[in-house]
Design a protein around this ligand. Sequence first.
Ligand SMILES: CC(C)(COP(=O)(O)OP(=O)(O)OC[C@H]1O[C@@H](n2cnc3c(N)ncnc32)[C@H](O)[C@@H]1OP(=O)(O)O)[C@@H](O)C(=O)NCCC(=O)NCCS
Length: 144
Amino acid sequence: MNVTISQLLIVSYDDILALWQQCEGVGLSDADSRGNIQSYLDRNPGMSFVATSDGRVIGTVLGGHDGRRGYIHHLAVHPDCRRQGIGRQLAERCLQVLGDEGIRKCHIFIFNNNAGDIAFWKSVGWTHRTDISVISKTIEAHKD
Ligand SMILES: CC(C)(COP(=O)(O)OP(=O)(O)OC[C@H]1O[C@@H](n2cnc3c(N)ncnc32)[C@H](O)[C@@H]1OP(=O)(O)O)[C@@H](O)C(=O)NCCC(=O)NCCS
């Protein structure tokens, strides 16, 4: 398969969302609206990538940082295109650009029940941290 990796642009949003909806480990929410993804890309220019084959979107990764640590979200490869090294290439591209920005560590959030995904990250050299928990709170819209 001929695969091209290029910058993820908002013009591909519909195709990207369709891919995410087919990938079981990608948790989608209102944070993934077109406007929010546009905002994410604006805040983290050149750090998110898309894999295409024959013009079809088959993989994505969102990359960014907060000035001290990097974060990867929504690494996803179409179910028909897995185990061909596409996920590895997408993750590596992200780490490359984060490293170029001086970021020295990158984190991801994954569901504990996603054994295949955890196996993937370990296989590509990441460490599965079990000493950290994620604690979250919803922020209500401010009513004036
Ligand atoms: C995780 C995911 C992105 C991996 O993409 P991929 O293109 O298949 O990964 P690669 O081909 O680069 O895999 C590299 C290595 O990771 C390991 N690996 C990948 N998927 C695996 C799985 N399901 N089980 C065990 N090991 C796996 C293998 O060692 C593989 O090398 P090999 O094929 O030579 O044995 C893909 O399975 C996916 O989209 N999953 C659903 C979405 C998801 O869970 N995303 C995570 C949110 S961050």
